[in-house]
Design a protein around this ligand. Structure first.
Ligand code: SDX
Length: 392
């Protein structure tokens, strides 16, 4: 059969599906969700509105948005039994390890009520996932620092509730800072969906077998964790801290260009964007807004800006069309808000859950949908006879 298939490592030129959610023009640096430019959504919309848009194809009316908020809010609690799962993890477990396990475990709680051939049940599962991710991410954080879990508080916004569950304590009132709330909501919008990236393709492939959606999202979380994908935000901030001062940048640029050195500039380069990632533009502005509101100056941000400037004027990066991606600046702002680096990818997973469930729904409702089953070019031996072990 060798030769019958097109070999496309990394799927650089294979479309795996038809999708109406997200359009990217990588050469021009354009990103649209259901036709709306990401810049407009990030500036003028809210994460809940974008979630509605991705799931339901159109922006909601005021009434529809209120009802959607109400529905999501009704699902924010997790089963009490689920808290026991956390206690099985070491306190120093990476939040992504915990999220993989706990989100996968949700499939056991909602197994019988999730008939994926029923659009209503699919939507309920999607709402549950969107609603419970902040609760689970906040619980993972609380567990790591030894503080009690906080129950959701439903008179707060989606993002305000998450901030309170993460940074609040039962002994005190927690006042959500509106500037931080807005900034984090915008960060969630920037991460909501991104076409057929590795984790989304993973969710689709897992879902194509008819698997339980909670298990499919756990598969997406596992894929997102890697440093070449969602883990890049954590790696980018660690890199910027390691560089420390602008004087050391040339040393790291030289390492990134050296083929014999595995080091790469984290938060730089993208499979699709051969221009500035439009999300990075908004992210850089969000850093400025947060720093201004908090009245802080961060040498790490100065290093990031200088690194970007040097790289964008370097022949290697110009020739290979390497630009900052969404992960380059997100760590700087998340750190300023107070999140430890280990939580960065968990926040990405929280936001991307919207894209994952929307893509999963789109796939299941597509009449052309089939189980994903790539072929291969076989490179092993031709047929041969078995030799008993004492004759080898
Ligand atoms: C995300 O796809 C998505 O949509 C993902 C994402 C989403 O929203 O879901 O946008 C989120 O994952 C962003 C990417 C985060 N990753 C990083 O920032 C890690 C650092 N970047 C890379 O490792 C890399 O650029 C990738 C993984 C992002 C893209 O990889 P590709 O498309 O397989 O490209 P490649 O690695 O083959 O690079 C092409 C060339 C290579 O040189 P040559 O072999 O052709 O000489 O560019 C070089 C690479 O060595 N290169 C870099 C580089 N990125 C690519 N050189 C130095 N530093 C870098 N960061």
């Amino acid at each position: 059969e060798t030769g019958r298939f097109t070999y496309d490592p990394g799927f650089t030129s294979t479309a795996s599906c038809e999708s109406g959610l997200t359009y990217i023009d990588g050469a021009e640096g354009v990103l649209l969700h259901r036709g709306y430019p990401i810049g407009q959504l990030a500036e003028q919309s809210s994460f809940m509105e974008v979630a509605y848009l991705l799931l339901n194809k159109e922006l909601p009316s005021k009434d529809e948005l209120d009802r959607f908020n109400w529905t999501i809010t009704r699902h924010t609690m997790v089963h009490e039994q689920l808290a026991q799962f956390f206690r099985g993890f070491r306190r120093d477990a990476h939040p992504m390890a915990i999220m993989c396990g706990v989100v996968g475990a949700l499939s056991a709680f909602y197994h019988d009520s999730t008939d994926i051939t029923d659009p209503h049940q699919r939507m309920v599962a999607s709402h549950r996932l969107i609603a419970k991710m902040p609760t689970i991410a906040a619980m993972a954080y609380k567990y790591s620092i030894g503080q009690p879990f906080l129950y959701p508080q439903n008179d707060l916004s989606y993002t305000g509730n998450f901030l309170r569950m993460t940074f609040g304590v039962p002994a005190e009132e927690y006042a959500v800072d509106p500037v931080i709330e807005k900034a984090l909501d915008r960060i969630f919008i920037l991460h909501a969906d991104h076409e057929q990236n590795a984790s989304t393709s993973t969710v689709r492939l897992a879902g194509s077998s008819g698997a339980n959606p909670f298990a499919c999202i756990a598969a997406g979380i596992a894929c997102l964790w890697g440093p070449a994908h969602g883990g890049a935000n954590e790696a980018a901030l660690n890199m910027l801290r390691e560089i420390g001062t602008p004087e050391r940048i040339p040393e790291y640029i030289a390492r990134a260009k050296n083929k014999d050195d595995p080091f790469r500039l984290m938060g730089f380069g993208h499979r699709v964007y051969k221009n500035y990632d439009p999300r990075a533009t908004v992210m850089q502005q969000t850093v400025r807004d947060v720093f201004k509101a908090m009245n802080v100056q961060d040498p790490v941000f100065e290093t990031a800006l200088r690194l970007e400037e040097i790289a964008l004027n370097d022949d290697y990066f110009i020739e290979k069309k390497l630009f900052p991606n969404v992960d380059f600046y997100s760590g700087v702002v998340l750190s300023a808000i107070g999140f430890p680096t280990s939580m960065f990818t968990a926040l990405f997973a929280l936001a991307r859950t919207v894209g994952w469930v929307a893509q999963w729904n789109e796939m299941i409702s597509d009449p052309a949908q089939k189980i994903g089953r790539p072929r291969q070019l076989y490179t092993g031996p031709t047929q041969r006879d078995y030799v008993p072990v004492d004759k080898r």
